[in-house]
Design a protein. Structure first.
Length: 307
């Protein structure tokens, strides 16, 4: 199996900002109520999954310095594809001027972690340069009269470029799902997003903690060895609870939730890039990624940062 490492990264967010104060005029809610229960102050809305994926993907390619002709695969994690068919990844591949395979992966808010693990696996069997993107526009599926869901979500995308390395930087991983709980969070064809928030909270915390511990155990590491935790950005209460149970303080956790809301497959890479831009990640650091979402799905990965 060939090794791989992350060499480029990029993000994309719609221009339109929707604040909690804006939501006060749209539904029965207040800025204080939203902040207290979610940690969110604003989110970005608008655009297409493909256009955000293209922008984030191009930035990742540019940052890596990879020749686009050498890219072997585009893997797009999304649950809000531009169309039911075809997949959105070929659109992204074409607009980026690439000549390679491309496919969508739908694991909802766990999508980017699923995509990252799959990207490493594909790199290991000969697809040496893999562009992994997470992009979602779940605000287009919201019922704006339902304050239980409408306050939570935003739109966004992030991407990373995987390239060959002497040995892999993916030290451990865990992917899981429980289809018996699919009714807790879903969108039917032609419908709006439906969620049973309290049940999702309980399942999410338990799944994240268990999955993270499995990934760290596979890597031969403990929470003390993790330089930074990059979790799915769903709700500050979930983050607080998961961090406490894992023994990782919030000071070592990447958080962008307050400015982006829950961007589904886009949230983990958005948090990663924000931490990089702040200088919170240095070469040799161990990063713990984790996501959870509809399905219910969950996934974690430990990556040694060697850009």
């Amino acid at each position: 199996m060939a090794g791989a490492r992350i060499t480029g990264w990029g993000t994309a967010l719609p221009e339109k900002i929707l604040t909690n104060v804006d939501l006060e005029s749209m539904m029965d809610t207040t800025d204080d109520w939203i902040r207290e229960r979610t940690g969110i102050t604003e989110r970005r809305v608008g655009g297409l999954t493909s256009t955000m994926a293209i922008e984030a993907g191009q930035k990742a390619i540019d940052r890596s310095g990879v020749d686009p002709a050498a890219i072997d695969l585009v893997l797009l994690a999304t649950s809000s594809a531009d169309q039911i068919m075809p997949a959105t990844a070929p659109t992204v591949q074409n607009e980026l001027g690439l000549n390679c395979g491309a496919f969508d992966l739908n694991a909802a808010c766990s999508g980017f972690v699923y995509g990252l693990v799959n990207g490493y696996a594909m790199a290991g069997i000969g697809y040496e340069r893999v562009l992994v993107i997470g992009s979602d526009i779940l605000t287009s599926y919201l019922d704006w009269d339902d304050r239980g869901t409408a306050i939570l979500f935003g739109d966004g995308a992030g991407a990373v470029m995987l390239e060959p390395a002497k040995e892999t930087t993916l030290l451990g991983s865990d992917l899981g799902s429980d289809g018996a709980t699919r009714h807790l969070l879903y969108i039917d064809h032609g419908g709006k997003l439906q969620m049973k928030g309290r049940e999702v909270f309980r399942h999410a915390v338990r799944a994240v903690v268990d999955s993270c511990n499995k990934a760290m155990a596979q890597a031969g590491l403990t929470a003390d060895d993790i330089a930074i935790f990059v979790p799915h950005q769903a709700n500050v209460r979930i983050l607080d609870s998961a961090c406490a149970k894992l023994g990782i303080p919030l000071e070592r956790t990447a958080v962008v939730l307050d400015k982006t809301g829950n961007t589904s497959a886009g949230s983990v890479p958005l948090a990663l890039v924000d931490a990089l831009e702040k200088g919170d990640i240095q070469p040799g650091d161990n990063i713990l990624f984790s996501g959870f979402g509809a399905g219910m799905t969950w996934g974690s990965a430990v990556v040694r940062w060697e850009p």
